[in-house]
Structure formats: C-alpha cells, structure tokens
Design a protein around this ligand. Structure first.
Ligand code: ADP
Ligand code: TYD
Length: 208
C-alpha cells in the first residue's frame, strides 16, 4: 500500500478527535489528499457495530466479545475505507485504531492482551505509519469527556484507577513502538497541540 496511515490514541477526553480534525484540515490546507476517519466505525458496516458496542448497559458484552466486535468493525473499516485510500496514495487520519483495543479490552483481565494481539495478527495485520499518543491526566480528560454529553457512554465511566492504567499503558506502547509512536502533551491549548502534531506529521509524510 502507498499513502501514509496516521492514527490518534489516548484516553477519553484527551483531545484525539479535535486533533485528528485539526490535522486533516492542516494537511488539506497544504494540498494533501486526506481521508479522515474514526474507530469504531469509518465504514457503513463498522458504524453499525459502533452503535452495538458503545450504547447500552456497561455489562452488555464481555471483554472477549468486545474484542471480536471491535476487530470485526476494524476489518470492515480496513477493507472498505483505509486500504483503498492508502492504495490510492492518500493520507489516512484515523481517530483510534488497534492500540485502543490493546488498552481498553487488553487491560481488562489476564490473557486478554494476548488474545487481542493474536486476533490482530490474524485479521488486521497492519500497523499505522505514525501514531500520536495524546497524553493527559485522566481526571481532566474525564471532565472534558463528560462535558461533551451524548449517548455513547459505555466506556466513559471507568473508574479513576483503570483510567490511570490506560494512560500508563498508552505510554508503555509508545516506548515499545518508538518507530511509529510519538507522545504529545495534550494538556495545552488545542492550537499549541495541533502545531506540534502538524510538524511531526509533515516530517513523516516527507519521508514517504
Ligand atoms: P477525545 O476524542 O480524545 O475524547 P475530544 O477531542 O472529543 O477528545 O475532546 C473532548 C472535549 O474537550 C471536547 O469538548 C473538546 O472541545 C475539548 N477539548 C479538546 N481539546 C482540548 C484542549 N486542548 N483544551 C481544552 N479542551 C479541549
Ligand atoms: P471514541 O468515540 O473515540 O470516544 P472518545 O472520543 O470519548 O475517546 O471511542 C468510543 C469508546 O470506544 C472509547 O471509550 C474507547 C472505546 N474503544 C474500545 O474500547 N476499544 C476499541 O478498540 C476502540 C476503537 C474504542
């Protein structure tokens, strides 16, 4: 595949969606051909799975079933949206990808991370070229996410301890995958964060 695949990861409320939007705008302003997308979702089938997995009772699905649902959504998204765009030489900017399953499902019990990684290898087999980990104090992120409202709240009421574990997990992912991951301090004005993100992204695109 040609193109450049860029993802945003981090805890809820860290500013991923805002930064993904600003990056897409910044790249388009320089004349790049950008496909902006998100997970779970990003293709019609995956958006249907999104509604199943994000709405309703917090105990609606077991972590194992969630791994299957998020991976099924990702496979459809990859087949229908991401891979065709990359093959056409476009830049794909995606709000969350497989690292979210590694953290949100993989940290929920013993052996789950291994299951996530195996299924990823079998069914997805693709990592981003560049991943921004937007780092943020979970208490502040939670307050931001709560302020947003909406019905997709199944994951937003995780306790503070789990949120801290997720933050540490994302930072650990960045350390173990230094060739694709860049940690960005999200606790600043959106424009300041966006400037750093655009600088790193354009440098990476220039190498492709
Ligand atoms: P995420 O996608 O990581 O959950 P969002 O981009 O949706 O985060 O941001 C969550 C909320 O915080 C939104 O209401 C957004 O407007 C606000 N927000 C985003 N970035 C910042 C920032 N750097 N400073 C203050 N508020 C922000
Ligand atoms: P998202 O819409 O990005 O929410 P937010 O903007 O609040 O970060 O994602 C919705 C929720 O889905 C979020 O709480 C994280 C969760 N999620 C998983 O648990 N596993 C996954 O693989 C993905 C992609 C998301």
């Amino acid at each position: 595949m040609g193109g450049v695949f860029i993802t945003f990861e981090g805890i809820d409320g860290s500013g991923k969606s805002t930064q993904a939007r600003l990056l897409a705008e910044g790249l388009r302003a320089r004349g790049d051909d950008v496909v902006a997308t998100r997970e779970p979702g990003g293709s019609p089938g995956a958006e249907e799975i999104r509604a199943l997995v994000l709405e309703g009772d917090p105990d609606r699905w077991s972590p194992e079933t969630e791994i299957l649902l998020f991976t099924a959504a990702r496979r459809d998204h990859l087949e229908r949206t991401i891979a065709p765009a990359l093959s056409a030489g476009k830049i794909v900017v995606c709000d969350r990808f497989a690292d979210s399953t590694r953290m949100y499902q993989g940290l929920r019990g013993p052996g789950l991370r291994e299951t996530v990684d195996k299924l990823h290898k079998l069914m997805i087999g693709r990592e981003p070229d560049l991943t921004f980990i937007i780092d943020m104090d979970p208490t502040k992120g939670h307050a931001r996410a709560k302020g947003r409202g909406g019905t997709e709240e199944r994951f937003e009421d995780f306790g503070a301890a789990l949120q801290e574990q997720m933050r540490a997990g994302f930072l650990d992912l960045a350390e173990t995958n230094p060739s694709r991951c860049v940690v960005i301090d999200g606790d600043r004005a959106p424009e300041a964060v966006a400037q750093d993100v655009l600088g790193v992204a354009t440098a990476r695109i220039a190498q492709s």
